[in-house]
Structure formats: C-alpha cells, structure tokens
Design a protein around this ligand. Structure first.
Ligand code: TYD
Length: 214
C-alpha cells in the first residue's frame, strides 16, 4: 500500500479555509479519492482544553498554550484510533486545517520562533506536509468576514493580534522555506478562482491529469 499524501491549510482567522476545504472535499468525493479531513486544535482531550482557553472560559499563560498545541499535535499525528499517521499509512490523502505553521505564527509573539520550530521538529519528522496552502488576507478583511459569520470573537481575533500573526506567518514562511513546500494564495479573490488554484496544486500532488481549462 502506498502511503497517502498530506495537505495542510493555513491562514489567519477568517481567511476562508473552511469554504475552500468544503470545496476540496466535494472535488475529492467526485473523483472517488479516499481522504481524511481533520483539524487543529483537535476534538480530542488536549484540543478541548485549548478551545476552553480560546473561548475565554479558562485562562492559561501563552507558553503553556504553545506547549498544549504541540501536545495536541503529537496526539493528532500518533493517536492509534483517529491519528493522521495511521490514515496516511492506510493510503488515505490526509488534509489538515492548520498544522505546525500555525504554531510558528501564533506563538512567536510570546516565545521565540526558533523555540517553537525546534519544539515541533518531532512533528515534522513524523509527518511533513507535501504541500501547505497559505491563504492570505488582510486583518481588515478577516475581521469583516468573522463579523458577518458570528456574533462573538475568539481570543486571538483582534486587529492588532491578526496583524501580528499575519506578519509572523511571513517570517515563519521565510524561516522554513528551504524545507517546506508552501504555496501562498491571495484569499481575497473570488472563491471559485481561489479553488481552481488549490485544485490544480492538489491534482499535481495526486498526479491526476485532467485538463483544467476545458
Ligand atoms: P481555527 O482554525 O480558527 O478554528 P475555528 O475556526 O474552528 O475556531 O483555530 C483556532 C485558533 O487556534 C486560531 O486562532 C489559531 C489558533 N492556533 C494557535 O494559536 N496555535 C496552533 O498551533 C494552532 C493549530 C491554532
């Protein structure tokens, strides 16, 4: 059995990952491609703890958060019941909504980025993405989109914070570009146009030869 590929979606909050993931899901179903779609923070015990902090029910120090996201990720990879690694080994295409690039961007405001990268090195050894899509939008557009979809904001969803995270994403991309395959996409363009670019890259990864512009 050939090991499945691994695709990751990244971006600041409100970048439109959910919409693009739905489109990708449909696209893969139409082509009968077996996939495992998952996300971070996970729905597991560590992920649940993290969500309680994100929605401000619980307060934890930012270093603790960086460590919790790492623990959640290690479980996300290796969990024997629903881990990504076992899905990949079973030949499935694994798609994750966020992975270690999120940690580099979100936590480096509080702990050195080098530390976050080094702490996550076990994850990259276990599962390095074949491709990481970075959906890029401005914090203004991001907040406008979040405002339209829900009545509340999470811990990290302020303009200052999103500006900082976006800039840290670019720093992180610069720091790891020699080892990671990162594709930066303009996420302010129409959904369909953006998805065309994503599906083209995914098809390349999967080596599906279809004439796109037909
Ligand atoms: P998000 O994808 O926005 O989840 P949802 O839309 O379901 O609320 O992720 C939740 C938040 O977690 C987001 O603000 C980014 C943050 N985060 C980190 O701070 N570090 C990490 O390592 C990851 C994966 C996410």
């Amino acid at each position: 059995m050939q090991q499945g590929k691994f695709i990751v979606f990244e971006g600041i909050d409100g970048a439109g990952k959910t919409t693009q993931l739905k489109k990708l899901e449909q696209h893969l179903q139409q082509q009968n491609i077996s996939f495992y779609l998952t996300k971070e923070p996970t729905d597991g015990p560590i992920g649940s703890l993290i969500r309680n902090v994100l929605n401000k029910r619980l307060q934890l120090d930012e270093r603790t958060m960086a460590a919790l996201f790492l623990a959640d990720r290690l479980d996300h990879i290796q969990n024997p019941v629903n881990g990504m690694l076992q899905a990949q080994k079973a030949g499935k295409l694994v798609i994750s909504d966020r992975y270690y690039l999120s940690s580099y961007a979100y936590h480096s405001a509080y702990v050195p980025m080098d530390w976050v990268i080094a702490a996550n090195s076990e994850c990259s050894k276990l599962m390095r993405p074949d491709i990481i899509f970075f959906l890029d939008i401005s914090p203004e557009v991001s907040l406008e989109r979040i405002r339209k979809t829900r009545a509340f904001f999470d811990l990290y969803e302020t303009k200052d914070r999103l500006t900082q995270v976006r800039s840290n994403y670019y720093k992180a991309i610069g720091a790891v570009k020699s080892t990671e395959n990162i594709v930066i996409l303009d996420a302010t363009q129409p959904e369909e146009k953006l998805f065309q670019q994503i599906s083209k890259e995914v098809n390349k990864i999967l080596e599906i030869r279809i004439e796109l512009e037909k």
